[in-house]
Design a protein around this ligand. Structure first.
Ligand code: ADP
Ligand code: MG
Length: 729
């Protein structure tokens, strides 16, 4: 090992688990301690104001300035009591993370005194100087004003000494510059459309809630080793590194016992999460070494998404305390599993019915089948767009790679449900539906067995799977703001439900009985969207071929996948649901292309630097030693014997020389192609150039570097190797 590498390794091995200050109370006592919940508001805000606030939150009523002022006063008092001295509007720009600018509660009076100040106006709206947030051309710099506005549906919370107020972030002209705004709109759209459809079955339904339960996968790596890997530091993934002889082959990490150091990190993270009201529940080792997962109990989607973002930043902060770095990148290490963020999604009514859970009787099941089939139809129609919503430069390493969902969206239903839909499709409308004396509807098939609720027949290869009472969108990347995927799914389902209702109503208007009309449309949909259903092995090559024959979107080129946002169908769908306008879609695509380019550009630069400053010099030094050896052999032995004895050295010298030559050539070529790509006009064209020209070169260079790692004396290799990085001691 080189000296630097050895030092880093020794340090990494020397970290003992850090003790965590576990609160004296039971978790239910400190759960939400740092959140301004409804319960707590009661102690700080007058009842009359509170009722209006809750009405605004629950029913979307406008908020008056008076209410904002009362809430601001109450909020500040509560926060100050907990030691907060600052506040921030906490928002979700298109960078994918969260942004915050802290202001002290202090203000100056005209007389020069210092006053504690935090009014309704400040709570309500801020104008962050945000011209450097990505906006895709919506805000040119002379009209750089954007504002953040309070989202009262997500409670304020305290991190450190700062009161964080969840906000949306929009341009002065009204366009969304964040993920939260369209997510909230998509939730309203799908709620409204679902309520309208629910009313065929139950007139008491007045609200439908979207639920999201995410599962966050991540890697941990020791900080000392991380510091010795500039690629991990700057790009979040290793740009080079030969496989460790042992990685995940033995399957001994998944659900294995959690290393003590990691367990302490997890405990610390859980305590902090619980204080912030994040209902964390599950933790376990994942498949790859050093890979873990954390999942909370599902929540309303907007809140769940806020909680996921909060958790991601919390993870990074707490990892520091334990001398770790958390890697949220989808593929930090080649050759082992990548990290996703499975999004469990469902819809439930104010009457307590999960619309994606099979019911107890046939009537409830017709409602269940209605929603199930509409989701299938939405995913079918927008499969390319849904893929776009989860695509990124980082997730591209995961999609299509061996262990992850392929770059094709399909839905897994399981055998039982498939049978149900197949029977419904074949059933005759007249025979298939009959109302008996008890007004109980009978479908052409028996009621759906309850065993479905315990659907263990899971298919882990499916990117979008039905799991008994919800859908699980598994293709979402670990580092993503999953609001992007959720808003797309919500909007697609909302649009679909609107269309469904139109079709059913048209039939009813023509005199068809309601159940018959519903059944007829469902039957048609089952046949129409059959291509999206696939229960087989999604990772197989045969599926890629079959999916193409079925007409599913099989594009793998990420910049081209983003085009799906701008197809006439997508534009119409987002417009119809009022989730995103065409201008907003255009700007989002610009940001996506630009981000893609920048991520690859950074990686390519880091790779270029590393090969020239680390790899080539080290390989050259080793080569010189071998050359020296060959020369010495000639001095010590006669020509024939020297030749024989240095034969192996010469083979290695040649190999090193060949690898170095290729690496240097390719690095030069990469630099030139990067220059060329940077001169291209338009974000899309640039991103395509990076995808087509730079990515393949990076892979090629890596191949040669990894070969060198195998040849060069371990003493001399400066960068920590996979076998050191991937196992926490
Ligand atoms: P698995 O890894 O087997 O898929 P987990 O227990 O890790 O399961 O995660 C399941 C996630 O799904 C949790 O976040 C859970 O709260 C969530 N979930 C369960 N039921 C629903 C539902 N009806 N709607 C949305 N999410 C749900
Ligand atoms: Mg899951």
């Amino acid at each position: 090992m080189s000296k630097l590498r050895f030092q880093a390794f020794r340090e990494a091995c020397s970290h003992s688990p850090k003790t965590v200050a576990v609160p004296n109370e039971r978790p239910d006592k400190f759960f939400g301690k740092l959140v301004f919940t409804r319960e707590k508001m009661k102690g700080y805000i007058a009842d009359t104001m509170l009722n209006q606030l809750f009405d605004a939150i629950d029913n979307g009523k406008p908020l008056s300035r008076d209410i904002a002022n009362s809430v601001a006063m109450g909020m500040k008092k509560w926060a100050s009591e907990l030691g907060a001295t600052h506040y921030t509007h906490w928002f979700q720009p298109l960078t994918g993370g969260t942004a915050e600018k802290h202001d002290a509660f202090l203000d100056k009076t005209p007389e020069g005194h210092v006053l504690e100040e935090f009014s309704g106006k400040v709570l309500y709206q801020q104008e962050p100087d945000a011209s450097s947030f990505p906006n895709g051309g919506i805000r040119n710099t002379f009209e750089a004003r954007g504002y953040s506005a309070w989202d009262p549906t997500s409670p304020a919370f305290i991190v450190g000494d700062t009161l964080c107020i969840p906000t949306i972030f929009v341009a002065y002209t009204g366009e969304a510059l964040d993920y939260k705004t369209p997510l909230i709109k998509s939730i309203s759209a799908v709620s409204k459309a679902a309520v309208d459809v629910c009313r065929y079955f139950d007139r008491n339904v007045s609200k439908v809630t979207v639920f999201l339960g995410w599962e966050q996968e991540y890697f941990l790596v020791d900080k000392s080793l991380w510091l010795a890997r500039p690629d991990l530091m700057l790009t979040g993934r290793t740009l080079m590194g030969h496989d460790s002889a042992k990685n995940q082959q033995l399957g001994d990490h998944y659900f294995g016992s959690i290393p003590e150091r990691v367990l302490h990190f997890m405990t610390d993270l859980e305590i902090e999460s619980l204080k912030l009201g994040i209902p964390v529940k599950t933790r376990h080792n994942e498949v790859a070494p050093n890979q873990f997962e954390l999942a909370p109990i599902y929540e309303e989607a907007n809140l769940a998404n806020d909680h996921n973002l909060l958790l991601m930043s919390l993870m990074e902060r707490i990892a520091h305390r334990h001398h770790f770095r958390v890697l949220l990148h989808e593929k930090p290490f080649a050759g082992v599993n990548g990290s996703g963020k499975h999004c469990n999604w469902s819809l439930a009514t104010n009457t307590g019915v999960n619309l994606l859970a099979p019911g107890k009787n046939a009537a409830a099941n017709l409602q269940f089948v209605t929603f199930l089939v509409n989701v299938l139809m939405a995913v079918y129609k927008h499969n390319g767009l849904l893929k776009a919503s989860i695509s990124s430069a980082t997730n591209a390493h995961r999609l299509g790679a061996n262990e992850a969902p392929p770059a094709i969206i399909s839905v897994f239903l399981g055998k039982q449900l498939t049978d149900v839909l197949d029977k419904l499709e074949k059933a005759s409308i007249d025979k298939g539906i009959a109302i008996n004396a008890k007004k109980e509807m009978k479908l052409g098939v028996a009621t759906i067995p309850e065993i479905l609720l315990d659907n263990t027949d899971r298919n882990r290869t499916s990117p979008f799977a039905f799991t008994g009472n919800r859908f699980e969108f598994r293709a979402v990347g670990a580092s993503a703001n999953c609001g992007d995927a959720m808003l797309t799914l919500n909007a697609a389902v909302a649009d679909q439900l609107i269309n469904f209702k139109k079709e059913v109503d048209k039939r009813i208007e023509k005199g068809e009985p309601k159940e018959r009309a519903l059944f007829a449309v469902i039957k048609k949909y089952i046949a129409d969207c059959k291509a999206i259903r696939f229960d087989g092995n999604s990772y197989s090559d045969a599926w890629k071929k079959e999916a193409a024959e079925r007409g599913l979107d099989c594009e793998t080129n990420v910049p081209l996948i983003f085009d799906r946002y701008l197809s006439p169908e997508s534009i119409a769908m987002f417009k119809n649901t009022n989730v995103l306008s065409e201008a907003e879609l255009q700007s989002r695509c610009e940001v996506k292309w630009d981000t893609y380019t920048k991520k690859i550009q950074i990686e390519s630069r880091v790779l270029g630097d590393l090969v020239m400053n680390h790899i080539v010099p080290v390989a050259n030094s080793y080569q010189s030693i071998l050359l020296e050896n060959v020369v010495r052999m000639k001095e010590a032995f006669d020509a024939d014997e020297a030749k024989k004895l240095s034969a192996q050295d010469i083979v290695i010298i040649r190999r090193i020389a060949e690898h170095i030559t290729t690496i240097v050539e390719k690095a030069d070529e990469m630099l030139n192609l990067r220059r060329e790509a940077n001169h291209k006009i338009g974000e899309r064209t640039k991103a395509i150039a990076y995808h087509d020209n730079i990515v393949p070169l990076m892979e090629e260079i890596r191949h040669h570097v990894d070969k060198l790692e195998m040849i060069v004396d371990d003493e001399m290799w400066t960068l920590p190797k996979y076998r050191e990085l991937m196992f926490i001691k």
